[in-house]
Design a protein around this ligand. Structure first.
Ligand code: XUL
Ligand code: CO
Length: 438
C-alpha cells in the first residue's frame, strides 16, 4: 500500500526549480572531489522522528497526521516499516537508523519485547533485500522506560543494569542480522541530577564495563560494526557523562576503548555544549575519532534540543569541510536526527523537510570542496604558522627546544617578529563569496 500516494519520487531539478518535491542541490550521481554526492553524504533517516514522533512537546499533545495513524500495537509497527521503505524510496535515501523501541512495542516482558523485535526485524530484512536499503546504525533505547530513571549502564540498580545489558545484547544481534554499519550508544540517562546521591567513580567504571561487554559480545557473534558514542552535555539529565567530543574521547582512553569506538556527533548536542558543530568535528578528527553525524540544528532562541531539520548553509559548509578533511566518514553517514516542527503536521512535510536537509548538506559539500580545492584556508593557515617551520619554531616542533634554550633565545632576541592579523573577517567574507557563487 502507498502511504504517500500523492508524492512522486523526488528528482533533482536544479537550483532554479520551484517544485517543493524536487532536489535543488542534491544530485546523487554528481561527482564532487572524486566521489559521487551519494558516496560522500551517505544520508540516513531517523526512525524515531520520522516514523514514530507525533509532534508532542512538554506543553502539548501530538499534532501529527500520519498515514499509519489508525493502527495500534504490532499492526502499527508493521505499518511504520512500510512507511519507512516507501519514504526512503521516494527520497533516494540509502540508509536508516533506529532504536529497538522505535521498531517494536516493548510488550509486558523482556521476552515479549524480544519476540516483537524478531517479527519486525524479519520484515525489515525482507524489505532491505528487495530494495537494497541499508542500516547505518541501530541502538537500544535505555532512557524512555521508567526503569531507567537512575540510568542504564550508570544506574544504582544492578537489576536495571542487567536489563540494559539484555537490550544491548539483542541490539547487537539485530545489528549483525541486518548488516548494520555502526552500533550507537547515546547515554540519555547516563549522568546525574545531583552529586549528593551519586557515586561518580562507580558509575563511570560500570559504563566502561558495559562497553567492554558489548565489544566482547560483538566479537563473539562476529558483528563487525563500528561502535559509536554520541556525546551530549545535558537533557534529559542535568549532566550527561559523555558531555562532548573531548570528554567522550578522554573516557574512551581511560577505559582502553579507543580501538573499538569512534564518535557519532550531533549538531544540536554540540551547541548545547557551547560548541559549534565544526568544533566537535575538528576535535574528533584530530584524534582519529570521527565516526558519523547526526544532522540537525538547534534554535538560538530556545535553549533545548529542538532537533530541527538542518537548513543552515554556513554550518553545513563548515561541517562538510571537516568531513572532507577527514577523508570522508568511512562507515558513518549523515543521519537526519531531526523532526518536523509541531505545526508542520502533514505527511508531505516529512518529505519536504528531508529534501531541505539533503539539499543543505549537498550545497555544503560542493562549497566545502571548492574551498578546499582553492586552499582558501589552508594557504592562510600555512602562512600563519610559518614561524614554526624555521629557526626556534622548528626546534619547538622537533622537540629539541627546552625552557632554557627558549629563554636564552628570548633574552638575545631584541627585535621579536611582529604579530600579523588573523584576518577573521576577511576569511568569513571569502567563505560567503564561495557560498553564493557556484
Ligand atoms: C537524543 C539523540 C538520540 C540518539 C540516539 O538527543 O540524539 O536520538 O541519536 O539514541
Ligand atoms: Co542523535
Amino acid at each position: 500500500m502507498a502511504y504517500f500516494a500523492n508524492v512522486e519520487k523526488v528528482a533533482y531539478e536544479g537550483v532554479q526549480s520551484k517544485n517543493p518535491y524536487a532536489f535543488k542541490f542534491y544530485n546523487p550521481s554528481q561527482i564532487v572531489a572524486g566521489k559521487t554526492m551519494e558516496e560522500h553524504l551517505r544520508f540516513g533517516m531517523a526512525y524515531w522522528h520520522t516514523l514514530v514522533a507525533g509532534g508532542s512537546d512538554p506543553f502539548g499533545v501530538e499534532t501529527a497526521s500520519r498515514p499509519w495513524g489508525s493502527y495500534t500495537g504490532m499492526d502499527l509497527a508493521k505499518a511504520r516499516v512500510e512507511g519507512l521503505f516507501e519514504l526512503m524510496d521516494k527520497l533516494s535515501m540509502p540508509y536508516f537508523c533506529f532504536h529497538d523501541v522505535d521498531i517494536a512495542p516493548e510488550g509486558d516482558s523482556l521476552r515479549e519485547f524480544y519476540n516483537n523485535i524478531d517479527t519486525i526485524v524479519d520484515m525489515i530484512e525482507q524489505h532491505m533485500k528487495q530494495t537494497g536499503k541499508k542500516l547505518l546504525w541501530n541502538t537500544a533505547n535505555m532512557f524512555s522506560n521508567p526503569r531507567f530513571m537512575h540510568g542504564a549502564a550508570s544506574t544504582c540498580n544492578a537489576d536495571v543494569y542487567a536489563h540494559a545489558a539484555a537490550q544491548i545484547k539483542k541490539g547487537l544481534e539485530v545489528g549483525k542480522r541486518l548488516g548494520a554499519e555502526n552500533y550507537v550508544f547515546w547515554g540519555g540517562r547516563e549522568g546525574y541530577e545531583t552529586l549528593l546521591n551519586t557515586d561518580y567513580a562507580l558509575e563511570q567504571d560500570n559504563m566502561g564495563r558495559m562497553f567492554h561487554m558489548a565489544v566482547d559480545y560483538a566479537k563473539e557473534i562476529g558483528f563487525d560494526a563500528q561502535f559509536l558514542i554520541e556525546p551530549k552535555p545535558k537533557e534529559p539529565t542535568k549532566h550527561q557523562y559523555d558531555f562532548d567530543a573531548a570528554t567522550a574521547i578522554s573516557f574512551l582512553k581511560k577505559y582502553d576503548l579507543t580501538d573499538h569506538f569512534k564518535l557519532n556527533l550531533e549538531a544540536n548536542h554540540a551547541t548545547l555544549a557551547g560548541h559549534t558543530f565544526q568544533h566537535e568535528l575538528r576535535v574528533a578528527r584530530t584524534e582519529g575519532m570521527l565516526g558519523s553525524l547526526d544532522a540537525n540544528q538547534g534554535d538560538m532562541l530556545i535553549g533545548w534540543d529542538t532537533d530541527e531539520f538542518p537548513v543552515d548553509l554556513y554550518a553545513a559548509t563548515t561541517t562538510m569541510y571537516e568531513v572532507l578533511q577527514n577523508g570522508g566518514l568511512g562507515r558513518g553517514g549523515i543521519n537526519f536526527d531531526a523532526k518536523v516542527r509541531r505545526p508542520s503536521f502533514t505527511p508531505e512535510d516529512l518529505v519536504i523537510a528531508h529534501v531541505a536537509g539533503m539539499d543543505t548538506f549537498a550545497k555544503g559539500l560542493t562549497t566545502a570542496a571548492r574551498l578546499l580545492e582553492d586552499r582558501v584556508f589552508e594557504d592562510f593557515i600555512d602562512q600563519r604558522y610559518s614561524s614554526f617551520r624555521e629557526g626556534v619554531g622548528a626546534d619547538v616542533v622537533s622537540g629539541k627546544a627546552t625552557l632554557s634554550s627558549l629563554a636564552e633565545y628570548a633574552l638575545n632576541n631584541e627585535q621579536p617578529r611582529q604579530n600579523e592579523s588573523g584576518r577573521e573577517e576577511l576569511l568569513k567574507a571569502t567563505l560567503n563569496q564561495y557560498l553564493v557563487t557556484e
